[in-house]
Design a protein around this ligand. Sequence first.
Ligand code: NI
Length: 176
Amino acid sequence: MPVRPIITAPDPRLKARARPVAKVDDAVRRLMDDMLETMYAAPGIGLAAPQVGESLRVIVLDVAGKDEKPQPMKLANPEIVWASDERVRCEEGCLSVPEHYAEVDRPAAVRVRYLDYQNEIREVEADGTLATCLQHEIDHLEGTLFVDHISALKRNIILRKLKKQKRAEAEEPARS
Ligand code: NI
């Protein structure tokens, strides 16, 4: 089952801290492949395992532009080992917070250590969209959503709308 359903906020599974993987084995690789397919289908530029109901420290990303060659990235146990003092504000969205966007302030550049698809330790240094996206996805592994970085007032407005939308969907008669 390649494309998996994406969990939307509010949901306790998005608030939990995810477990590290012991090793990138076939099961983890399968999860990475499914997540990438789910992300492309959404479409999105990043996805973390808790968003598909797996409490594991696995993220996938592809920040390539529309006319660029795809640049899929699959990371297990990602860890920020350095962050720049310089910060930037970028507009962020999230597949688990559909149709809401907000500006988030984060370090402009980061270095991330992780296990790759072959279970090798690697590091990537990133700035721009990739740096923002890496930090956003690693946040998911700590149970943090981008709305947790904005004012409580704005966050509550967004979460209240999402809750209402979920309730409306649950009450809707099933469509075939
Ligand atoms: Ni997200």
